[in-house]
Design a protein around this ligand. Structure first.
Ligand code: GLU
Length: 493
């Protein structure tokens, strides 16, 4: 039975790297009919926040990555008010390491290692350790407390000193594991110091808690970012010392920005929350994250979640670092938006539209969305794209000011068009017919009137199909706007 987990530390938002790790774990679990566990590694007493737990959960939910066990956000009536509370589901809980710590789970295993002489109490303060490192010109903990006598230990404990527990690392031993993505990896323990497994505060360190929980939660495959690759040999030493069976390991390559530096805020949005705020669709993000370090033999680019599950294979994960390509993500986002109906786009972009202050009949808004659909790349662009349909004091864009100079007889043509428009049923086909007829009669190219007309009613050089746009604006608005444009044009002379 495959069991995998995503184990974020709740010290911030869910970023794309974490989301990709979660996605790959999820895909692997679904592909193998296994279970996907969400475990919160909140052993950093200072930096862990409940806010961050909520954010991580809501970002995963937004993406549509579902877990079988772990914490869930739930609405509950508390003192007559609805509140978001965290519930847990699964047979291997609790799924918060802070709760597991309270239950004494880590302490129990630390005591076991102490008893078997595989770990020792360390009473050294940070300052003492640093001082000795400097003096001896070494980078590792020097093992000062390794050989304290029983009496010395008893005495210090009696004095009330709170020790940390350090793991005894065998010197100069090779630790190897077969990474499912990178193949055989070997570390020598001379690069590993006697590391702390239980802090003097009683909190476990990441490596220790991770091993115990992966074991107790029966995790079969540990799939995580390769920033943890140097932790894996430490964890393997712990598995061996505790007599636990080891899981398989798979380390996903780092994500870089286009300048080949580690992806960070400098490059653009990195948190799922921010992508959501900017109007990215979960389908596009998932599709993009899937391709960020994995691909099919035929380099397929578009994947639904079920297709990803179908085709996912750890063996096809890339060993080399992935470069985050915002352009490609935006392209994918546009692709998924175009697949939606105007109704769906309206619903998805409702908050953006409201915030922008667009005031119009819902049916007209949907119609405007339909006309602009091809151009929408991000949901947050929707209000700007449709805005000129809904306000009369449209701005004349700089581009219009420049380009209008290239057209002759603008005033005459637009004035004539007003007259023509007055006499027709203002429908798309009829509008097209009179415009083409007019151009022919005048002996001019249609673009001589199409462009100025577009400029005058929208204030923009680009927009949706002209005839549809005119029809949706309606005769009255169109005439008013052309008149206004002519006034503006006069002032430019
Ligand atoms: N809490 C660790 C992190 O957020 C988890 C690493 C792991 O998956 O083992 O990086």
């Amino acid at each position: 039975m495959v069991r995998v987990r995503f184990a974020p530390s709740p010290t911030g938002y869910l970023h794309v790297g974490g989301a990709r790790t979660a996605l790959y774990n999820y895909l692997f679990a679904r592909k193998n009919s296994g279970k996907f566990v969400l475990r919160i590694e909140d052993t950093d007493e200072v930096r862990s926040t409940f806010e961050s737990v909520k954010q991580i959960i809501s970002s995963l939910t937004f993406l549509g990555i579902e877990w079988d066990e772990g914490p869930f956000l739930d609405k509950q009536m508390v003192n007559g008010k609805w509140q978001m509370v965290i519930d847990e589901k699964g047979d291997y809980g609790p799924y918060f390491q802070s709760k597991r710590k309270e239950m004494g789970i880590y302490e129990k295993y630390a005591l076991k290692l102490l008893k078997e002489d595989k770990a020792y109490y360390c009473f050294c303060s940070k300052e003492e350790i640093e001082e000795r490192k400097k003096k001896k010109s070494i980078t590792h903990y020097d093992g000062y407390c390794r050989n304290l006598s029983k009496e010395e230990i008893e005495k210090k404990l009696k004095e009330g000193r709170k020790p940390a527990v350090r793991f005894k690392v065998d010197f100069e031993k090779d630790v190897s594991f077969n990474d499912l993505i990178r193949g055989e990896i070997t570390f020598n323990t001379k690069f590993i110091e006697d590391f702390v497994i239980l802090k003097s505060s009683g909190y476990p360190t990441y490596n220790f808690a991770c091993v115990i929980d992966d074991y107790l939660m029966k995790i079969t495959h540990v799939i995580r970012g390769d920033d943890h690759i140097s932790n894996t040999p430490r964890q393997i030493l712990l598995y061996e010392a505790l007599g636990f069976e080891k899981p398989y390991f798979a380390h996903l390559p780092m994500i870089l920005g286009e300048d080949k530096k580690r992806l960070s805020k400098r490059h653009g949005a990195v948190s799922i929350e921010e992508f959501k705020r900017n109007g990215y669709l979960p389908e596009a993000l998932l599709n993009y994250l899937a391709l960020l370090g994995w691909g099919t033999e035929d380099s397929k680019q578009i994947f639904s979640l079920s297709e990803m599950i179908e085709e996912f294979d750890l063996k096809r994960c890339s060993k080399s670092k992935a470069v985050f390509d915002y352009g490609k993500l935006i392209w994918l986002n546009g692709y998924y938006i175009r697949k939606k109906s105007p109704e769906e786009i309206f619903k998805l972009s409702f908050d953006f539209i409201k915030e922008y202050g667009i005031d119009g009949e819902i049916e007209r808004i949907k119609k405007a969305i339909e006309l602009e659909k091809e151009k929408i790349k991000l949901l947050k662009d929707v209000p700007y794209l449709i805005s000129f349909f809904f306000k009369d004091d449209i701005e004349i864009e700089e581009d219009v000011k420049k380009k209008i100079k290239n057209f002759k007889n603008v005033e005459k043509n637009l004035k004539n068009l007003i007259e023509l428009f007055k006499g027709i049923d203002f429908k798309r086909d009829e509008i097209e017919r009179v415009l083409r007829e007019y151009a022919e009669k005048e002996g001019i190219k249609t673009k001589e009137i199409f462009h100025p007309l577009r400029f005058s009613v929208s204030g923009r050089t680009k927009g949706p199909s002209l005839f549809e746009m005119l029809e949706l604006l309606g005769k009255e608005k169109v005439i008013k706007r052309i008149e206004r444009f002519l006034e503006w044009l006069k002032k430019q002379e």
